[in-house]
Design a protein around this ligand. Structure first.
Ligand code: CA
Length: 757
């Protein structure tokens, strides 16, 4: 009797769990941000058809092979469906090969084979992409972690072809008519550090016989009829099917070997009888993930924007490991070209993502983060340097040594998978040596930074930005050393973390370029971009003291002077002065279009600004501006971002801020309170704990927090801790349309600052 009851209960609970899962992937628009070009970024994204953190993504391709703008919303022709790994157009793609279905005559030339389409005939979801061309061919694709399942449906009126393109570099192709199989490899890339043996092996298994076949090369577009194999620059294949055929093709790729590609094909797609099966699995995987944050009580458009952003926040860094037949992970290292057991992740520029994406990922995926932190240290041994901007090997792009931010942040949030001493040693090497690539591996002016306490300008372009970010990174190392009881490194890095003071000019109230002899850069105009500032001006970099906002306030002399300075950013005209850039770069144009003065949300340096009011007694201004940014600068459409999306960085800002929290200082366990966008949000942790954020009386007008409680007790500070979220609980706010200027204005209420400790 008891058994029956328990069974019935467990059945009921199981059903309950199922009925609670919402179909959230329906709200995701993978075309968000695709209406972009060189001069103006609305995201610089492409319709990424992929599994979460998938090793290979897939995308329709409108641009030429090798063009960073692989898919532009404004285009009316698609020339292929390609395997993609691109972080952004600025670093380009790698390991690309593509498929193009055709009717009528065989056309291999990529500039002539494009087929017309309209967005009305396109479905663009994470787990399923479908487009019907004007010529009647329908292409569907469904991704797996390392593969794809295609279905090409041809009209019956004309001959049916499929062209496979080997892209821009060396490639090899083999057609097996008997097995209905094509395999090969490509090695196009920009940033593989040991590129001689870099290969993306692929195997494609068809369910229909070939009526005809051949190879071709995409330099002169020569066709070799009935040739079953070919190799050279840009070699590909073509096959012919019966008129009106519906052809399914399963493909998988490996960086390790052709045999591994076959193992992966079998593991990931072997059981799928049709595309629908692959679609259903992808849909479930994405819904499982998206249901980790359930938001309620917003407009339809806000919900679409939220889940489209949550999707993009879960693509990078990419899994770069493969699974052996026995289930064990191993990988090809893009840093030294060897094969290793274990996990590897890559494709990320940490300058873009330490601020928002990793603090979000630490909430959602601590197990993966634990693996990743070990992978960072393995990469350091293989590369000689900690990754900063990898795609998939190290490029050294941008500035700072922000791996340490990831490592310290992971430790602060309870991740114990890695050896902190090894991390600190790796960082010390980074901080006291000149790297091979420039910006972000080692420090070009590390001696000056230690001797003078700042990177000098004009000696170093971007010097002031470097000083500020190095000081923050040194804080992260100090913090990791402190958390792990390492007195030696705590002492070493505690000496540099206040170096931001050395570039602050009290007479103008700005962080400025400073020469070796200590003189400030003249003439000085805080509106001018470039020079001592990387991708920004003095107004943007004034705030890059993530770890010591109180110290920054002290430099201004009072909360009033500090908050007036922040006010000015939003009040100033959106004037652009290109400075050393010499022309209007897209980030400048995006600042102007945002219509928020000198506030340039389209790029990273200033994205935490609105949260700084909460350190200086004016949290209601944080609440006001966060909501302005959420509602005015983001939407779910092809114009959905106010600048480069950047590997989940821009999206994670939205996700965290819409929840009402933001990590101003990764490396600490604090999330600063903003203003929740939704009436209710429920975060489910990996272990099942639930953290609920409620905002009663919330609306577009009622953006101000009147009162707050955490688990029933009055919340009298402007932050919560990671464990508050991880342990589960309820954060409750009462919202209103007028600021409560009495609440949380004290220094006790202010979030972490070194000078407050
Ligand atoms: Ca950027």
């Amino acid at each position: 009797m008891k058994k029956v009851t328990l069974l019935a209960l467990s059945f009921f609970l199981t059903m309950g769990a199922f009925s609670q899962q919402k179909d959230l992937v329906q709200y995701v628009n993978t075309l968000q941000g695709t209406d972009s070009n060189f001069g103006l970024s609305r995201g610089n994204t492409y319709p990424t058809t992929a599994m979460p953190y998938g090793m290979h993504a897939w995308s329709a391709q409108t641009g030429k092979n090798g063009d960073g703008w692989k898919y532009q919303y404004s285009a009316d022709e698609i020339r292929g469906f390609s395997q993609s790994h691109q972080c952004s157009p600025w670093v380009g793609d790698y390991a690309v090969y593509s498929f193009m279905p055709e009717v009528g005559a065989l056309v291999v030339n990529e500039n002539e084979r494009g087929a017309k389409f309209s967005h009305a005939d396109e479905i663009a979801k994470p787990h399923y992409y479908k487009v019907t061309f004007e010529n009647g061919i329908t292409t569907e694709m469904a991704p797996t972690e390392r593969g794809v399942h295609f279905r090409f449906s041809y009209p019956s009126s004309q001959d049916a072809y499929l062209v496979i393109d080997g892209n821009t570099a060396q490639s090899e192709i083999q057609i097996d008519v008997e097995k209905k199989q094509i395999c090969g490899w490509v090695n196009n890339h920009r940033f593989v550090n040991h590129s001689e043996n870099f290969r993306s092996y692929f195997v494609i298994q068809f369910d229909k016989s070939f009526e005809d076949y051949g190879t071709w090369e995409n330099q002169e577009n020569q066709i070799f009829e009935k040739q079953a194999a070919g190799s050279g620059k840009g070699y590909g294949a073509y096959v012919k099917f019966k008129r009106g055929a519906k052809v399914q093709a399963k493909a998988a790729s490996s960086y390790i070997s052709m045999e591994q590609a076959e193992v992966t094909l079998h593991r990931e797609l072997g059981a799928d009888k049709n595309v629908e099966a692959t679609v259903a699995r992808g849909k479930k995987t994405w819904n499982d993930l998206l249901n980790r944050i359930v938001v309620e009580g917003g407009t339809d458009e806000q919900i679409r924007t939220f889940y489209s952003c949550l999707f993009r926040a879960n693509l990078f860094s990419r899994k770069f490991y493969e699974i052996k037949e026995d289930g064990a992970p191993y990988y090809y290292s893009p840093y030294d070209g060897n094969i290793y057991d274990g996990y590897m992740y890559t494709d990320n520029g940490f300058w873009d993502t330490f601020r928002s994406q990793f603090p979000l990922t630490n909430i959602l995926h601590p197990t993966m983060q634990g693996r990743y932190m070990n992978a960072l240290l393995a990469a350091q041994e293989q590369c000689g340097w900690l990754p900063s901007w990898s795609s998939p090997g190290e490029s050294g792009g941008m500035l700072g040594n922000h791996s340490i931010s990831l490592l310290a942040d992971a430790w602060a949030k309870g991740i114990r998978s890695f050896d902190p001493e090894r991390a600190l040693k790796a960082y010390a090497h980074e901080a006291m040596n000149k790297g091979p690539w420039g910006g972000a591996n080692g420090r070009i002016f590390w001696k000056e930074y230690y001797q003078l306490g700042y990177v000098p300008y004009p000696e170093s372009l971007g010097a002031t930005s470097q000083t500020l970010e190095y000081a923050y990174d040194d804080f992260c190392a100090y913090q990791l050393a402190k958390m792990t009881g390492n007195r030696f490194y705590q002492d070493v890095f505690s000496r540099q973390m206040y170096n931001y003071r050395n570039v602050f000019d009290a007479s103008t109230g700005f962080m400025r370029g400073k020469a070796v002899d200590g003189t400030w850069q003249t003439p000085f105009d805080p509106l001018v971009w470039g020079g001592p500032y990387t991708e920004g001006n003095a107004w943007h970099y004034n705030w890059s003291v993530f770890h010591d906002v109180q110290g920054l306030i002290n430099l201004y002399g009072s909360d009033e002077k500090f908050t007036q300075k922040i006010d000015s950013v939003f009040i100033l005209p959106g004037v652009i002065k290109p400075g050393t850039y010499g022309f209007v770069i897209h980030e400048m144009k995006e600042m102007e279009l945002a219509g928020m003065g000198q506030y340039a949300h389209g790029n990273q340096p200033i994205q935490h600004l609105s949260y700084l009011y909460s350190y200086a007694g004016q949290p209601w201004k944080t609440q006001y501006w966060v909501r302005q940014i959420l509602n005015r600068l983001y939407n779910s459409t092809e114009k959905g971002y106010p600048g480069d999306e950047d590997q989940g960085g821009m999206s994670s800002w939205y996700v965290l801020s819409a929840l009402g929290i933001y990590a101003v200082c990764p490396g600490t366990d604090e999330y600063v309170i903003g203003s929740p966008l939704f009436k209710k949000a429920t975060i489910t942790m990996e272990n099942g704990n639930k953290f609920v954020i409620e905002a009663e009386n919330n609306s577009d007008e009622n953006v101000y927090i009147q009162s707050g409680t955490l688990n029933g007790r009055v919340l009298d500070r402007n932050y919560i801790r990671y464990d508050d979220i991880a342990d589960g609980g309820v954060l409750h706010f009462e919202m209103g349309n007028q600021p409560n200027k009495e609440r949380c204005t004290s220094k006790y209420a202010a979030p972490f600052s070194l000078s407050k400790e």
